[in-house]
Design a protein around this ligand. Structure first.
Ligand code: CA
Ligand code: CA
Ligand code: CA
Ligand code: CA
Length: 262
């Protein structure tokens, strides 16, 4: 074997093991049980929210680092047997929706994005339902992309980008005293996360129970002007690949972990 090839192979494999060694370990978020389910009204008044800890969306995944008036946010999660509940407290100076079609460039408008991998399998979920990336838009609709279409479906003008009204319900409200601050309250019905090649209608909701762990990453696409987001901020420290941290929309392995506790 050529000496240069041996050196290159050595560098390749030693680089791989180095990357594995310094892999980021994110803390598990412990989500408390809600004796009383929160009421979806964009307010923190439910007793259940008092039991949960805040987690910040302070990790830059794409674009430039915003100052705290441009964007800052934190969230909490609680659960019942029927639903996962999330509330996000978001400071965003400009709310902007430049693509009125909910199915068009939904990641380039102001969007609360919740990545959920029910069975915590990790792995590719871009064009399947191994995990969901719910893009919750300012109109409160949650959008994600699913499996590639057959040629027949494409010819019939069908889309593999879908809204998930049965999975996600949400409402947001501005603070009267601090108008650039909004509270966004979300109810998620958790659907099976082990489906790779099926239609959403074939995926069933599951009941939640104490001790369950799921893959979870929460993020926000901040778009204040123009037709693209300026910042994409999340709650999970991601090990970059070739400098790229925007990996969550493809690979569920980069998500953090939520553990349901009582
Ligand atoms: Ca509430
Ligand atoms: Ca902003
Ligand atoms: Ca999965
Ligand atoms: Ca914005």
């Amino acid at each position: 074997m050529n000496f240069c090839i041996v050196i290159l192979l050595f560098l390749f494999f030693s680089g791989q093991s180095f990357a594995e060694e310094k892999a980021v370990v994110n803390e598990i978020y412990e989500s408390p049980f809600a004796d009383q389910a929160p009421i979806l009204d964009g307010e923190l008044s439910d007793p259940a929210w008092e039991k949960a800890k805040w987690k910040s969306l302070d990790k830059l995944m794409l674009g430039t680092q915003p100052d705290e008036n441009d964007f800052s946010a934190r969230y909490k999660v609680v659960w019942t047997e029927e639903h996962l509940y999330l509330i996000a407290e978001i400071v965003d100076d400009v709310l902007h929706d430049s693509h009125p079609n909910p199915l068009e460039q939904y990641w380039n408008d102001d969007t609360l994005e919740i990545f959920l991998d029910e069975d915590k399998s990790g792995g590719n979920h871009l064009y399947n339902y191994n995990a969901f990336a719910y893009h919750i838009a300012l109109d409160n609709q949650a959008i994600d992309v699913g499996p590639f279409l057959t040629e027949e479906d494409q010819k019939a003008g069908k889309s593999n980008i879908k809204a998930f009204p049965d999975h996600v319900k949400s409402i947001w409200k501005r603070s009267i005293t601090e108008p650039s601050k909004i509270l966004w309250e979300v109810q998620i019905t958790v659907y099976q996360g082990d489906n790779k090649d099926v239609e959403p209608s074939m995926i069933k909701p599951i009941k939640l129970s104490k001790g369950k762990e799921m893959g979870l990453m929460v993020a926000y696409c901040d778009s204040d002007y123009g037709n693209a987001r300026e910042h994409f901020m999340g709650d999970v420290e991601i090990e970059p690949i070739n400098g790229d941290k925007n990996l969550g929309f493809i690979d569920a392995s980069v998500f953090g972990t939520v553990k349901l506790v009582k």
